[in-house]
Ligand binder design. Sequence first.
Ligand code: UDP
Length: 371
Amino acid sequence: MKKVLIIVGTRPEAIKLVPIFTELRRSRRWLTLLVSSGQHREMLKSIFNFFEVKPDVDLAIMTKNQSLTGLTELLLESCSTVIDDHKPDLVIVQGDTTTAMVGALAAFYKRVKIAHVEAGLRSYDKTAPFPEEVNRRIISTMADFHFAPTRTAAEALRQEQVTGKIKVVGNTVIDSLLFATKKVSKNLNIFDAKYTHLIDQYEKTILITGHRRESFGEGFENICKAILTLAHAYPKVSFVYPVHLNPNVRSVVFSMLQGLRNVFLIDPVTYDDMVYLMTRSYLILTDSGGVQEEAPTLGKPVLIMRDKTERPEGVKAGCSILVGSSEKRIVRAVVGLMNNARKYKSMTRIVNPYGKGDSSKKIVSFLNHEI
Ligand code: UDP
């Protein structure tokens, strides 16, 4: 039996790697170990609970206000140790976090094969997203198997002449989303009751998420100013914002938006709650990568509060609009979608360019042949 280590550090990595973990365990050809770095400890726990999985190894490296340097140092040491202890044939990492980059580097130093899930995303700006754009480029230089979600991503990798095999498989986030959607629809009345006070007495709900490092400071203040303006302009609309646990995000968001009657600042929600809230929303304002990928499956328009996106497929297909972090542009885009029913409808009926929910099966079947 071949041995594989799946290394996850943050909420989106867990959401996108658990379907592969489940599929590998199901295939019975692999001894599969789930390693949690604990980069986003609390939010990871909630995802593991939802999917009913338990990490085999918990590196627990995160300390309060950890710097990127400190995080990288601790991760490299502990990932190397875990690779020495388990001697895997393959290490799987996902996306662009520090955990993914360092997990891949540790595997590379030990000459262990690396599979990179969600490979080939590029903004071509090393400062945005920071430090993720550089993290994923570094991983691409080391990986043996590059699982690209779209043809555009695969093309980017070919242009860079990366070594190893490239395979277009869609994004595993859709596998998880479909799993969660089923669970939610079975318990709809429980979710309805839980969120009735945020949703039912309002005409519409706008869901907001925002947490990117490159928006800290002025960018976040502008985003909050836009929400403030919109909340006053649309008193019958509910603005629901599960606020990321990062203190840089929370301090600005709470100081600028707390106390408004129709703005609900809540703690990050579990994945099933998030899927429910997305389903009930009219549109979504976000800087999140995962949400950009999920929303088209649910038929929800996305306004991306970033200046650049490494996920141009959604914008090109017409299911999302890049609005940046300027107050004016965010407000204008929301007003546009509130007033133009035709435009709104056209954004809700687009086939999701990020996949249809079979990505983890494709990845495991590919690996079964390769290793
Ligand atoms: N998400 C969640 N709870 C929340 C906010 C987001 O479960 O309170 C999910 C969301 O549906 C998506 C993922 O977390 O699948 C996105 O994570 P995040 O925005 O932290 O990271 P990114 O995708 O930008 O890397």
